[in-house]
Design a protein around this ligand. Structure first.
Ligand SMILES: Nc1ccn([C@H]2C[C@H](O)[C@@H](COP(=O)(O)OP(=O)(O)OP(=O)(O)O)O2)c(=O)n1
Length: 200
């Protein structure tokens, strides 16, 4: 079930859903708008020949802070990490999706490249994977509404919510745009069990 504005206000008032800082004016009919923070992570492509999810690549991205009153210019085809201004806490019986805003989608701004899911139990800033699919640069103004969070009620509370030791929870408590931690607990399955040619 997708939570309505009425349910969202009740969850926030009960202290179960937490957005910090909280602004009740951000509540939409069945979502809560979130704003863009002023920190960005740029890719330093010249530092590595290839992105390898199995390896720690600490110099792959670099943090940039935009000055007060200035915009960050995202060029066509460019991909950067950004962050919500709000830190979000999701209770154990809700999950959340990060969605874009139609007005910016119409300009060619993509808010997340593939990861739109926020687990029950997650707490922290949400890292945005921003890209520009338009053919002109787009100005990103810190503080602008950049996306919206939709909350769903689970059929039962998660037995092992995000942040419990059961799962990796590599981004619990993250602050600001956070680079990939894919190298932690990186696993590949043993694929030696058969091939499509076996059945031919
Ligand atoms: N655009 C997004 C989407 C999600 N998250 C946060 C909230 C999620 O609960 C957490 C983990 O997301 P995934 O489970 O999709 O990522 P992984 O499986 O790679 O990480 P983990 O091993 O920590 O679960 O990252 C985020 O900051 N920004």
């Amino acid at each position: 079930m997708l939570l309505s504005d009425r349910d969202l206000h009740a969850e926030v008032d009960a202290g179960r859903v937490v957005l910090e800082p909280w602004d009740a004016a951000m509540v939409q009919p069945s979502s809560i708008d979130v704003r863009l923070d002023r920190y960005f992570r740029l890719f330093d492509n010249h530092k590595y020949a290839v992105i390898d999810p199995a390896q720690e690549q600490p110099e792959l991205t670099r943090l940039v802070e935009v000055e007060q009153g200035e915009a960050f210019v995202l060029h066509p085809g460019e991909f950067v990490l950004a962050s919500t201004y709000e830190a979000v806490t999701v209770p154990h019986d809700l999950a959340c999706r990060v969605e874009g805003k139609s007005s910016y989608g119409r300009l060619g701004l993509v808010t997340h490249s593939t990861a739109g899911f926020v687990d029950p139990g997650f707490s922290g800033h949400i890292t945005l994977e921003l890209s520009n699919v338009a053919t002109l640069p787009i100005k990103l103004w810190p503080g602008m509404k950049i996306g919206q969070l939709c909350f769903f009620r689970l059929t039962s509370p998660a037995q092992h919510p995000y942040g419990s030791t059961r799962y990796g929870s590599r981004y619990q408590g993250q602050r600001g745009p956070t680079a990939s931690r894919s190298h932690l607990n990186f696993q590949v399955a043993d694929l030696s069990g058969g091939s499509p040619a076996d059945g031919a």
